[in-house]
Design a protein around this ligand. Structure first.
Ligand code: NAP
Length: 485
């Protein structure tokens, strides 16, 4: 056990400022995906505990929303500092439960702190409006107010920063929240409760429940006290949560699945494109919503791109994320490993050529070799399915129109990337791609200052940027009469 980390291995839920166990006393095991060893167990809470957490958040909302923006920003700066003071320990915790290399985990924790600071600053700029009045004797204005109790459900692939994007704007606007982290990676979520306490954020403003997703999600979506659901995860679960939230007409923000294309035109800078490709594909073992799912490469540069990408992928050091030099960790669990194996077998059967990798790694467990597959075709399953693993299929195209059409041929619309040195093409292609995020000659583009989110079935709403705070606010129109004009 790592000593710095151990204080964050908190095995309790935070409800109304109290650290509590599940009513049943049951726990769920948490396993380190790199070693297969049990790290510990967290409460298996359900609907009753969630209802109490919602009521605690509702109770805290009255006082929290009445605090000044400056006061909330001060506490949020303290929260930022608490995260950064514990960056190494929180990164180790994250790597232990999630598997990503320590450097990536440290980056994620830094990004979490960055979101908190960004929203602390943005919270002080929630301006209303005055409107030129339709009447000579009345005045019209709009004020912005917090939506109320927010329910946040997050995935295992970014267990810290996905919460930062939700807790940050909730705190800044004066909302209170009930948070449900993914079951595979609950400790990084529970840590938010500990850090918030240390920063002096009042009891009930942030509540954390872990456990049965169906029961917790059912309560969060049906309880009328919850006014907003913010979810990051698969499109399948997102659809369900939207439907469940309909009866109580909640505001919903959805950050869902992706099928990112990475288009390389003949005129691209090859080395730059390959470096971008490695980052956009293999980060977090391919388990990010913005990871490239399909490389779409023009015929003139195809062979050179495949050769260089394969060479670099082959050289990647796979291992336990806590070991020095590891650049790719394990997959999150056995199910994910089996899915990757199925997709590779399907591609092989349909004529895909394995350039490198193509099988589980010699380390065993859920480790998988960084893989490049050329001769990818539309018939292969990963053309439409999210891989969520270190597999890079490479498709070939001839014309710009064909490349764009292939890139857009999906129900998803989260991130996309393309490489060209032609300015006209850069504009044409950028405007034609049906995606919420576009990287032009860049493979990693997420930043706290920029709006993040998808179109089509990749989601609703935006997180980060100044747009990310609007989702937590209601606009109230006020018409003032009887003013004596
Ligand atoms: P997931 O299976 O949809 O789970 C996400 C969260 O939803 C987890 O906390 C999960 O709880 C919970 N959940 C599952 N079923 C639920 C239900 N019926 N009611 C309420 N909550 C429920 O997704 P994942 O496998 O953790 O994450 C991978 C997916 O997230 C990928 O599709 C990826 O693209 C997407 N993602 C999107 C973004 C984005 O910003 N657009 C960012 C990161 C990831 P349990 O853990 O207890 O099952």
């Amino acid at each position: 056990m790592l000593t710095r980390t151990s204080r964050f291995l908190k095995e309790a839920n935070l409800i109304g400022g109290e650290w509590v166990q599940a009513d049943s006393g049951e726990t769920i095991d948490v396993v380190n995906p790199a070693t297969g060893q049990r790290i510990g167990g967290v409460p298996k809470s359900g609907a009753a505990e969630t209802k109490r957490a919602i009521e605690a958040a509702h109770k805290a909302f009255g006082e929290w929303k009445a605090t000044s923006a400056a006061h909330r920003a001060k506490l949020m700066r303290a929260l930022h500092d608490a995260i950064m003071d514990n960056q190494d320990a929180l990164a180790e915790l994250l790597t232990m439960e999630q598997g990503k290399p320590l450097a990536e985990a440290k980056g994620e924790v830094g990004m979490s702190a960055g979101y908190v600071l960004w929203f602390a600053e943005e919270g002080r700029r929630i301006y209303g409006e005055t409107i030129p009045s339709s009447w000579a004797d009345r005045r019209m204005m709009v004020i912005k107010q917090p939506v109320g109790v927010v329910a946040a459900i997050t995935p295992w692939n970014f267990p810290s920063s996905m919460l930062a994007r939700k807790i940050g704007p909730a705190l800044a606007t004066g909302c209170t929240s009930v948070v449900k982290p993914a079951t595979a990676t609950p400790y990084s979520g529970i840590a938010w409760g500990m850090l918030a306490e240390e920063a002096g954020i009042p009891a009930g403003v942030i509540n954390v429940v872990t456990g049965s997703s169906g029961a917790i999600g059912g309560e969060l979506t049906s309880n009328p006290l919850v006014r907003k659901i913010t979810f990051t995860g698969s499109t399948e679960v997102g659809r369900k949560l939207i439907a469940q939230s309909a009866d109580t007409v909640k505001k919903v923000s959805m950050e869902l699945g992706g099928n990112a294309p990475f288009v390389v035109f003949d005129d691209a800078d090859l080395d730059r494109a390959v470096d971008g490709a490695i980052a956009a594909k293999f980060r977090n073992t391919g388990q990010t919503c913005v990871c490239t799912n399909r490389f779409i490469v023009q015929s003139g540069i195809y062979d050179a791109f495949v050769a260089k990408l394969s060479e670099k992928a082959k050289a990647m050091k796979v291992g336990d994320g806590l070991e020095d030099g590891t650049v790719q960790g394990p997959l999150i669990d056995q199910d994910q490993l089996e899915k990757v194996e199925e997709l590779v077998a399907d591609a092989r059967e349909k004529g895909g050529k394995i350039e490198t990798g193509g099988k589980p790694h010699a380390l065993g467990g859920t480790f998988y070799e960084p893989t490049v597959i050329s001769n990818a075709t539309k018939e292969m399953r990963f053309t439409q399915e999210e891989i969520f693993g270190p597999v890079a299929p490479v498709y070939k195209f001839q014309t710009e129109e064909e490349g764009v059409a292939l890139a857009n041929d999906t129900i998803y619309g989260l991130a996309c990337y393309f490489y060209t040195k032609d300015l006209g093409r850069a504009y044409r292609v950028m405007e034609s791609l049906d995606y919420g995020l576009v990287g032009v000659n860049e493979g990693v583009i997420t930043a706290v200052e920029a709006p993040f989110g998808g179109v089509k079935q990749s989601g609703l709403g935006r997180e980060g940027g100044h747009q990310g705070i609007e989702e937590y606010l209601e606009a109230k129109y006020v018409c003032l009469g009887g003013l004596g004009f």
